[in-house]
Design a protein around this ligand. Structure first.
Ligand code: AMP
Ligand code: ZN
Length: 490
């Protein structure tokens, strides 16, 4: 098992949380709102948490990973009124709301599979946990932190803040938050500007509705995550994650709900991923700058110069730290494509290395550096720079510029397996399909060169070698026959 340092370097108010000291880790990540296709920005968050999940598992923790599906309660506006997004989309597509949910949930799973993310241990839905949400609202009401108006139950933020610190997650004072929020209008049922709905009275035309002690209605968005996380991970659990945009409202309200219900802070460590941007603007459904993953894979979008494989996109994302913003650009993706090709190429090459008596390298040090990077807040870009160094070593050893002993080769292969595949979650298959065709074509050329040599037609054999060199493919004659590699890797 790796050290627990990983949890001591997270960028948050450490003093609020105790150190984690059990081999079991409860991880809850806010999942997608399934009334629409997920865009690449959403995927960044889920891929980042896949890295975190993979590393925890690799480190020997038994992780219960819960990622919910939001399939109810997301309103169009920010004022706890209007249609929910599912009913609206259902009317637009002339489907049942649950058909919308099914359609986009399946799409979400398919996309995440393409990105080689591991499935969560439990994937609960908001509509499947209405009873738990109602129970929680009842408790919050009984504890005096909520009030009901015409079948809608609101959380009383100002009352809560008298006892607890409502703005703790973002280090903000209640007065500042209030002054930055719209004044209540005459139509508002809420008592305070920051109050938010726990349960919402359903208008007659509202399709998704459930019976409750307050009449027919549906849950507010924030209560689902509080109810489902406590059901599956307990009232206090280890890590809660999501995109940074969820910190100020959704997660702030989750803390308030759980404190008001159970009198304890629900989460030891909050982790937030930063945003994927396009020309500096956050990628979002509403901004209209959200690529769909399949547009990216096919290149079928005005902003795309070509298609990029899912593994190229995953590698592109891993090259940035999860807490840094990441700007989409064709140049960056092309560079990622090239880097990934180089890395996967040398991983294949490592399989063919012959051991030497002595060693000119220190693979154990490289492995240590990778662990140090992951233990320092999951620093995937540093891991990648060490993988590139390992890749250079494999390529140099292949042409005899470095020497590796048998145990160095074992370590090198393990380094690639653990960090490139198990932890960064890359896959060899995608590129190897392309490589297979390339491999077959070059095998034909190697054979033709061999025949030319046999006939002493050195002009022809040299020409094959030179022409391949022009496109960065190097032929190398070894005892086992001729093999090829990319020049740029050496
Ligand atoms: P949603 O389906 O809108 O609830 O979003 C699902 C997840 O994607 C949430 O954790 C969001 O914080 C995250 N997210 C949304 N936009 C972006 C973005 N541009 N970059 C990274 N994560 C995002
Ligand atoms: Zn949530």
């Amino acid at each position: 098992m790796q050290s627990l340092e990983v949890f001591n370097t997270l960028s948050r108010k450490k003093e609020l949380f105790e150190p984690l000291n059990a081999p079991f880790v409860g991880l809850y990540v806010c999942g997608p709102t399934v009334y629409n296709d997920v865009h690449l920005g959403n995927c960044r968050t889920f891929i980042s948490f896949d890295l975190i999940y993979r590393y925890l598992v690799h480190s020997g923790y038994k992780v219960r990973y819960v990622r919910n599906i939001t399939d109810a309660g997301h309103l169009e506006g920010d004022r706890d009124e209007g249609d929910d997004k599912f009913s609206k989309k259902a009317k637009l597509e002339q489907l049942e709301p649950m058909e919308i949910v099914q359609k986009y949930t399946l799409g979400f799973h398919e996309v995440l599979r393409e990105f080689n993310t591991l499935p969560p241990s439990i994937e609960p839905t908001a509509t499947g946990h209405i009873c738990e949400q109602i129970e929680m609202v009842k408790k919050i009401l009984a504890n005096g932190y909520a009030y009901e108006v015409n079948g809608t139950v609101y959380f009383d933020v100002e009352k809560y803040n008298k006892q607890y610190d409502y703005g703790q997650l973002t280090n903000r004072q209640l007065e500042d938050l209030i002054s930055n929020t719209r004044e209540l209008g005459g139509q508002d049922e809420k008592r305070g500007r920051l109050d938010f709905a726990l349960w919402i009275n359903a208008k007659p035309e509202h399709i998704m509705r459930w019976p409750s002690p307050w009449g027919w209605g549906f849950p507010g968005w924030h209560i689902e995550c509080s109810a489902m996380s406590s059901k599956y991970l307990g009232d206090v659990f280890d890590i809660h994650g999501g995109g940074m945009d969820l910190q100020a409202t959704h997660h702030t309200n989750e803390i308030a709900q759980s404190q008001a219900c159970n009198h304890s802070a629900p989460v030891k460590y909050w982790m937030h991923t930063n945003m994927l941007t396009v020309n500096g603007v956050r990628m979002s459904k509403t901004a209209g700058n959200g690529f769909l993953p399949h547009e990216l894979f096919t290149g079928n979008h005005d902003l795309l110069e070509q298609g990029y494989s899912p593994m190229t996109v995953r590698f592109f994302m891993m090259q940035a730290h999860y807490r840094s913003t990441l700007d989409f650009s064709n140049e960056a993706l092309k560079a990622a494509e090239k880097g990934l090709k180089r890395l996967l190429g040398s991983i294949s090459l490592a399989e063919k290395l012959q051991p030497s008596e002595k060693s000119t390298v220190n693979i154990k040090e490289l492995i240590d550096k990778c662990y140090q990077a992951m233990n320092d807040d999951f620093n995937s870009p540093i891991v990648i720079s060490n993988l590139f160094e390992a890749s250079r070593i494999a390529n140099s050893a292949f042409i005899g510029k470095e020497q590796l002993t048998t145990s160095d080769i074992v370590d090198l292969k393990l380094l690639f397996k653990h960090f490139a595949f198990d932890i960064l979650g890359l896959k060899q298959e995608i590129l190897s399909e392309n490589n297979k065709v390339l491999d077959d074509v070059i095998a034909v050329l190697i054979e033709m060169r061999h025949e030319a040599k046999m006939k002493k037609d050195f002009a022809a054999s040299d020409r094959i070698r030179e022409e391949l060199k022009k496109i960065n493919i190097i032929l190398k004659d070894t005892k086992e026959g001729t093999i090829w590699t990319y020049e740029e890797e050496i």
